[in-house]
Write a protein that binds this ligand. Structure first.
Ligand SMILES: Nc1ncnc2c1ncn2[C@@H]1O[C@H](COP(=O)(O)OP(=O)(O)OP(=O)(O)O)[C@@H](O)[C@H]1O
Ligand SMILES: [Mg+2]
Length: 399
């Protein structure tokens, strides 16, 4: 037994009933010297100073204690196993010590890297949040030209209508002048023919028919501008930190369609099959961004002419919105990748490959899913499915 201890490469210390050292092996001597490098005569007994009080207590009680202790020597970490038992009426102890400094250092390094990764992860999550916002702003930037056009159109005809209305008002005032001159004359009845003449010359009958139409058209134009501006406002709303609210997804889809309309109207016919849709608890401005990315993709998938069918419905506590296009479709091997960030088949400058990745992330955050069915050459259908009510843990802060 003592021979085995002598050749073992872990330090072993045998103790008597009082805890005094009765035997130490060579490895213990070596370890004692490492513990006190400035004292060449360091005795193995000095190692016992490393055994913590709780180890003595535990070994005395349960018969064993195993643990790791950092020593006074910087970087030197020992694993200590302390066994104690009574044999032939006498208590004896065995303390085995191994140098686990390398392992402890590795573990510290691992912990450090883990903490670093954790920090990077938090930063990444923050950056992703920012990316989400800036992608939204970038897409608004891209759409700005289209939106400006959408606003310019009604403004253009309202402006031209105002010019015509100004002429009409001039004619009406001229007629009024004629009437008041006739009223003030000695024989108003004699002015009848002259007045009729003025009426015909000023084309008052036409003005009477055209004026209400012009006014209605102008009002409609201004309302369209108000609507687009409101949609843009809703769309760019940040809403960070706000709770999710029960929202009308159909309204969201309609206002998003308004914003992207300029990109679609020349080649796409839009069909709508809206079913019953209860309010859905969500951040509507984020869901609008999902709609926008899907609508733009659908438009871009259609080369010349085609249609987009929008449908909504709800079942089993979930709402769904589908956007189906008659575009180029997606081959099977690409279907696996379309949600990957930066996956794009579009030319540089047209696509960054972030649209669907961001849509996926937003929908996942809402505990929903996006389903895709596609047939190359025939078209694709993207279906966004969202729970009507968020599960209770939804409000808990993300880990
Ligand atoms: N409706 C669709 N029809 C056909 N292919 C589609 C459709 N939607 C997405 N894809 C394919 O998935 C790829 C990734 O789409 P995603 O929206 O993520 O990026 P992108 O449209 O290429 O660029 P970005 O949206 O950043 O401008 C597209 O490049 C396209 O190949
Ligand atoms: Mg896209």
């Amino acid at each position: 037994m003592l021979w085995a201890l002598a050749v073992a490469d872990t330090a072993a210390l045998l103790l008597d009933g009082d805890g005094a050292l009765t035997h130490a092996n060579t490895a213990a001597q070596v370890l004692a010297a490492r513990l006190h490098p400035d004292d060449p005569a360091a005795e193995p007994a000095a190692l016992l100073a490393c055994v913590p009080d709780r180890a003595w207590d535990a070994a005395g009680g349960d018969g064993r204690w195993i643990g790791e202790v950092a020593t006074a020597q910087p970087g030197l970490v020992l694993e200590i196993k302390f066994f104690s038992s009574v044999q032939d009426g006498a208590r004896r102890g065995l303390v085995v010590m191994s140098d686990v400094s390398a392992r402890a250092a590795r573990e510290r390094e691992l912990q450090r890297r883990h903490d670093e990764l954790q920090q990077t992860y938090s930063r990444l999550a923050g950056a992703q949040e920012q990316l989400l916002q800036s992608e939204k702003m970038a897409s608004i930037g891209q759409l700005a030209a289209g939106v400006a056009h959408e606003i310019n159109n009604p403004i253009g005809y309202v402006h031209s209508n105002l010019g015509t209305l100004q002429e009409y008002v001039g004619a009406l005032f001229a007629l009024l002048e004629g009437y008041s001159a006739a009223l003030q004359s000695d024989d108003p009845a004699a002015q009848r023919a002259a007045l009729q003449n003025t009426r015909d010359r000023l084309d008052i009958d036409f003005i009477a028919r055209d004026l209400p139409q012009l006014l209605a058209e102008s009002r409609e134009g201004i309302e369209r501008v108000i609507k687009i501006v409101q949609d843009l406002k809703d769309f760019s709303h940040v809403g960070r930190g706000e709770p999710m609210r029960p929202s009308d997804l159909c309204k969201g889809l309609e206002s998003t369609l308004n914003i992207v309309w300029n990109d679609l109207k020349y080649k796409v016919r839009v069909e709508k099959h809206y079913g019953e849709l209860p309010l859905v608890e969500c951040h509507l401005s984020e869901i609008n961004q999902v709609f926008m990315n899907l609508l733009i993709n659908a438009g871009q998938a259609i080369a010349e002419r085609g249609s987009i069918v929008l449908a909504t419905g709800s079942e089993d506590g979930e709402a769904w919105i589908s956007i189906a296009d008659t575009g180029c479709g997606i081959p099977d091997e690409a279907l696996q990748r379309i949600f990957d960030p930066f996956y794009t088949t579009k030319p540089i400058g047209r696509g960054t490959g972030l649209g669907l990745a961001i849509a996926y992330r937003i929908v996942a955050k809402h505990h929903g899913r996006i389903e895709v069915a596609s047939q190359p050459g025939a078209g694709s259908t993207f279906r966004v499915v969202l729970p009507l009510v968020q599960p209770p843990q939804a409000e808990a802060p993300a880990a």
